[in-house]
Design a protein around this ligand. Structure first.
Ligand SMILES: [Zn+2]
Ligand SMILES: [Zn+2]
Length: 327
């Protein structure tokens, strides 16, 4: 099968190869991948972040059709249109697994990070983490369920209230999806980016998000920091009002310097958000099914898998939003 695969740990050491087709084991499902989105974490990996085995097939935001199920699988059947969480295995007995937050499990094994992912014609997922797409949700939209679940999980953790004045920092795909979620919760939403984000801010306007270029200090009830940059985190701490809330969505990847005393003098609540879990996925699919928000505008382009390199370069240059690879 066609697959984009790492051949080393270095920068851009990926290539399109003919990889062996996988077979599902007990509790596993083989999915013929239809679309797979490129995530910021894929870009980090492409640019040399050493994650997973050196011959890994990356990719974890996907949709497709079940073509084979392993022994004992009852959750889905051949022919089902699905998407799947990237969680493949967790320990099941730690505190986090027991309270349903298995994304925090130290033994979590992930599709596209520790084991082969979806930049391939076929992917193996764990049946209990596979989600069936509602009839009116297309395979393209289905491939955006993972990033939507990320955004929704962040919003659920920070618990905005209708009418809240909120700010999203960083208009990448997760930032825009976070903004759409805040809108869905009836909040007033502003978004801010940098000069480099011009095209992405245009898109924000198109989908009805208010773009701002500056803000009054201490003026927002809730700030969602989605840029993962020192400047972004610093701005979040400035923009949030006294007693307000900040959710850190963007990954900084390295230590940063910010004025952390804001936390004290403003009596802030600051939370982090990581991935998602089963209920958030089901809710994300409900949001798509009920048309509470539309993920389609977040897709900037769909390219065939053969053009994966062009897609990566475009995203490195911030020339797109969510690019889908078609298998
Ligand atoms: Zn992702
Ligand atoms: Zn666990």
């Amino acid at each position: 099968m066609k697959a984009v695969r790492k051949y080393g740990e270095g920068i851009k050491e990926w290539h399109l190869v003919d990889a062996p087709e996988p077979t599902p084991g007990p509790g596993e499902v083989k999915i013929k991948v239809a679309y797979t989105g490129i995530c910021g974490s894929d870009l980090h990996m492409y640019l040399g972040n050493p994650e997973g085995p050196p011959d890994l097939i990356p990719g974890h935001e996907f949709s497709g059709t079940v073509v084979e199920v392993g022994p004992g699988v009852t959750e889905v059947k051949v022919g089902d249109r699905v998407t799947a969480e990237h969680t493949l295995e967790v320990c099941g007995i730690c505190q986090h697994c027991r309270d349903g937050n298995y994304q925090r499990c130290a033994k979590r094994v992930s599709l596209g990070f520790n084991k082969h992912g979806s930049f391939a014609e076929y992917a193996i997922a764990t049946a209990k983490y596979v989600h069936i797409l509602p009839e009116n949700v297309s395979l393209e939209e289905g491939a955006l369920t993972e990033p939507l679940a990320c955004a929704l999980h962040a919003i659920e953790l920070i618990e905005p209230v209708a009418g809240d004045k909120t700010l999203v920092i960083g208009p990448g795909p997760i930032g825009l999806l976070t903004a759409l979620c805040l809108k869905a919760y009836n909040c007033q939403v502003d978004i801010i980016g940098t000069e480099q984000d011009k095209m992405r801010l245009e898109k924000a306007k198109e989908i009805g998000i208010n773009v701002i270029t500056s803000f009054d200090d201490a003026s927002y009830d809730v700030v969602a920091e989605c840029s993962g940059s020192q400047g972004g985190v610093g701005s979040a701490l400035k923009a949030v009002r006294k007693g307000g809330k900040v959710i850190q969505v963007g990954i900084c990847t390295k230590p940063i310097m910010v004025d952390f005393d804001n936390l004290i003098f403003k009596e802030l609540t600051i939370k982090g958000t990581f991935c998602h879990h089963y209920p958030t996925w089901e809710k994300a699919l409900k949001f798509e099914e009920m048309g509470i928000l539309d993920v389609k505008p977040i897709i900037s382009e769909t390219l065939p898998i053969e053009k994966w390199e062009e897609a990566m370069e475009k995203l490195i240059n911030k020339e797109g939003l969510k690019i889908l690879l078609k298998m």
